[in-house]
Design a protein around this ligand. Structure first.
Ligand code: 5GP
Length: 189
């Protein structure tokens, strides 16, 4: 049986990583996280080979030239993110489902490539204001970066109708349950 590809997108600060980590820890759905490559600097606590493969911009560009990415995007100016073909192959060939945490453009590109083997899921904030408060509360980004992320969020929410499913993260436990059930019924097919 071919593994399924679960693609999750959300504006930054919508609880996407928390939801994905909760499901991975719960462990009742067989899925492994696809570690993306990025040219951005690690945040405090982030580990190379766990959260991301952290590359310099020139390393990233040579891997683009070598055709190593299924998809890549310059998500923010000068900051590249991409899904390595080797990551998806490693997990799928190992007989597992794979979960991707990638931006909206990347998500729709991967869905186009893998069709029915892939499911796209968009996680929305209850509102833009709620999102701004969450990002301020998280205190990992400067005010300029927060405004950049909020602006990007408004743009990204416009893509939600193109996703297979959309979940609003107002109450975290409810959102985790909804995402769990959607993935579980997709991989069970
Ligand atoms: P962050 O810098 O907060 O970790 O991620 C910023 C954005 O980049 C998020 O929307 C995240 O989903 C996206 N992202 C992470 N990895 C990839 C990837 O491999 N490809 C694409 N297209 N976007 C990614």
């Amino acid at each position: 049986m071919n593994g399924k590809i679960i693609i999750i997108s959300a504006p930054s600060g919508c609880g996407k990583s928390t939801i994905i980590n909760a499901l991975l820890e719960r462990g009742d759905i067989d899925m492994q996280f696809s570690i993306s490559a990025t040219s951005r600097k690690p945040r405090q606590g982030e580990v190379h080979g766990v959260n991301y493969y952290f590359l310099t911009e020139s390393e990233f560009r040579s891997r683009i030239d070598a055709g190593e990415f299924v998809e890549f995007e310059e998500v923010y100016p000068g900051r590249f993110y991409g899904t390595l073909r080797s990551e998806i192959d490693r997990i799928i060939n190992g007989g597992h489902n794979v979960v991707l945490d990638i931006d909206v453009a990347g998500a729709l590109n991967v869905k186009r490539l893998y069709g029915g083997q892939a499911m796209t899921l968009f996680i929305q904030p209850p509102s833009i204001e709620a999102l701004r408060s969450r990002l301020i509360g998280r205190a990992t980004d400067s005010p300029e970066v927060i405004e950049e992320r909020v602006g990007k969020a408004a743009y990204e929410i416009g893509f939600a109708p193109q996703f297979d499913y959309s979940v609003v993260n107002d109450d975290l436990a409810v959102a985790i349950g909804q995402v769990h059930d959607l993935i579980s019924s997709f991989v069970g097919k």
